[in-house]
Write a protein that binds this ligand. Structure first.
Ligand SMILES: Cc1ncc(COP(=O)(O)O)c(C=O)c1O
Length: 542
């Protein structure tokens, strides 16, 4: 414990103080509080290259007040090196002090912050062993480690707060992983979907601009915010049916649903299982339609056309992602829109950032070098480009803290994907003997390798779903339905105009008899086995 010092007032954060009795053990003042000095010892023997500062970061002692305070007996165990001692002694201040410069202090304190975050993760957040019947088996959850917390600490110490260096790094890396030219981070998957639909209504698209009344082919079995922005933009959703066990659109119906008013296809890869991209892309190309992939549940899933395998999100004119904690990677709240076309990128960026024409990132001005030279018909000559609006936009940006967490998560993506696939095959193997009897097991779309979001199951007609879900709940095993089930039956859809040219029987069957259980990377083999045993045990008795 630090104890009182005689004259604490002469020292301040960053001072390196040497005791007369042990000048080889200088102490770095990290905090002056009340009548105590909190200090860190420099007594470690870390290699110089690993230090958060070098000799040049230690300021000359003349700048400091003379005098040697009585030092605490015990100090924090955190140690950096003897470097400061050597430097202080070189200045002949065996009994005096030196001081770390501001940027070196920043590095020292950041290192401490990272160490504290790492220790906090290990002490508080590290996964606990599974106890069947006691521990929960959630359907989804965030999986993270000390690196995410370290990045979060770094970003909070930057205190940039809005989108900054971490966001830029995230966007670059995310685009590269997907093999796309552009990625724009946004504050949710729903925002990404809203931006994608709004972008297609941009006047900058000229003859391809979508207008109210234009039709968008989609499905009703899925998440509501895939469909909501279609309606919000005044477009008309045209629902094709879906079938188990792939839970995606019937491809032939997609082709047949096209009318003279159809301008886009916008569908999700259901729970990570890619829709028939070859067929759907061919329809879009044949009719000159926009193709937008809602890949919010499918990060890491791949699909092969003519043998060339790419990630979901790499096929559409636009694709969207969610980084909500339930998803394949997380940043808390977050999402992204990706594309290759620079005009689409420009439009999405504008809509995301208040609708402005200017593309300067937060905190930067005059990136175009012509800030006061742009000309717009009704604006005064030289009107500041920063305040020129080419769209009626939103503000859907993320903070750098979110991006920092997301960046660390990207390092785990490959491992997460492998784990999801492994958990899927464990469930397939354990439940395999039941397939097609009382229950239908999920199937990957041909030519795809899904990174499943969840494990979808459909009960045979006549077996009631609710008692099974209640039984699983009593065993602390989480379950979910396929989100809205049949969107057209939700209360919010009462007065919404839509078409469903082929009926929605498959969708209704899914709404009645389908559910899913977890397989996310946070679940151990024991948890997966417990889930499978519980389902098969209940089915055997029903
Ligand atoms: C297919 C699909 N699209 C969009 C979203 C919305 O993402 P967010 O929750 O980040 O808004 C979800 C959410 O789970 C989803 O499953």
């Amino acid at each position: 414990m630090p104890r009182r010092v005689r004259d604490y007032s002469m020292h301040t954060i960053g001072d390196i103080v040497c005791a007369a009795e042990s000048p080889e053990t200088p102490l770095l003042v990290l905090e002056t509080a009340g009548t105590t000095l909190r200090v860190a010892a420099f007594c470690g023997a870390a290699a110089e290259g690993a230090l958060p500062f070098g000799p040049e970061d230690i300021e000359a002692p003349e700048a400091l007040a003379a005098g040697t305070p009585q030092l605490p007996e015990a100090v924090d165990t955190w140690s950096i090196s003897r470097l400061a001692a050597v430097r202080a002694q070189a200045w002949g201040c065996a009994q005096g002090c030196a001081r770390l410069g501001g940027s070196a202090m920043d590095r020292v304190l950041r290192r401490m912050g990272r160490q504290t975050s790492r220790a906090h993760y290990a002490a508080v957040h590290a996964p606990r062993p599974f106890e069947p019947g006691v521990s929960a088996v959630p359907v989804s959850g965030k999986c993270w480690g000390a690196e995410e917390m370290e990045n979060l600490t770094e970003a909070s110490l930057d205190f940039w707060l809005t989108a900054g260096r971490f966001c830029e790094a995230f966007e670059k890396r995310f685009a590269a992983i997907l093999g796309r030219k552009h990625a724009l981070a946004v504050n949710s998957g729903s925002s990404a979907n809203l931006l994608a639909m709004s972008a297609l209504a941009s006047p900058l698209l000229k003859e391809r601009q979508m207008r109210p009344g234009d039709e968008v082919i989609t499905v009703a079995a899925g998440f509501p915010t895939t469909v909501a922005p279609i309606v919000q933009m005044g477009f008309v959703p045209v629902f094709v049916d879906v079938t188990a066990p792939t839970y995606n659109a019937v491809a032939e119906q997609v082709a047949e649903a096209v009318s003279p008013k159809t301008k886009a296809i916008f569908m999700a890869h259901t729970l990570g299982n890619p829709f028939d991209l070859a067929a759907v892309k061919a329809v879009a190309e044949r009719h000159g339609l926009w193709l937008v992939e809602d890949s919010c549940d499918a990060l890491g899933s791949t699909y092969a056309i003519n043998g060339g395998s790419r990630m979901c999100g790499a096929f559409g004119d636009l694709a969207t992602f969610s980084f909500y904690p339930a998803h394949h990677i997380t940043m808390g709240e977050g999402g992204a829109v990706v594309c290759d076309n620079p005009l689409l990128r420009k439009i999405v960026l504008s809509l995301r950032d208040w609708g402005r024409d200017c593309w300067c990132p937060p905190g930067k001005d005059d990136t175009c070098s012509h800030r006061y030279e742009w000309k717009f018909p009704l604006l005064p000559a030289g009107y500041d480009h920063k305040y020129v609006y080419s769209h009626l936009g939103y503000n859907l940006k993320i903070s750098d803290m979110q991006a920092a967490v997301g960046l660390a998560q990207l390092d785990r993506l490959e491992g997460f994907t492998a784990r999801r696939r492994k958990n899927f095959s464990l469930l397939q193997k354990a439940l395999g003997p039941l397939d097609g009897k009382k229950i239908l097991l999920p199937q990957a779309t041909p030519n795809s390798a899904p990174s499943w979001f969840g494990y979808l199951l459909t009960l045979a007609p006549g077996i009631s779903r609710q008692p099974l879900l209640e039984f699983l709940n009593s065993r602390h095993i989480g379950t979910r339905l396929l989100f809205a089930g049949n969107m057209t039956k939700q209360p919010c859809f009462e007065n919404v105009r839509y078409r469903a040219p082929f009926g929605l029987d498959g969708t209704d069957a899914i709404m009645e008899r389908t559910f899913w259980v977890g397989l996310y990377p946070g679940l151990s083999e024991d948890q997966i086995a417990y889930t499978a045993e519980s389902i098969s045990g209940w089915l055997a008795a029903c």
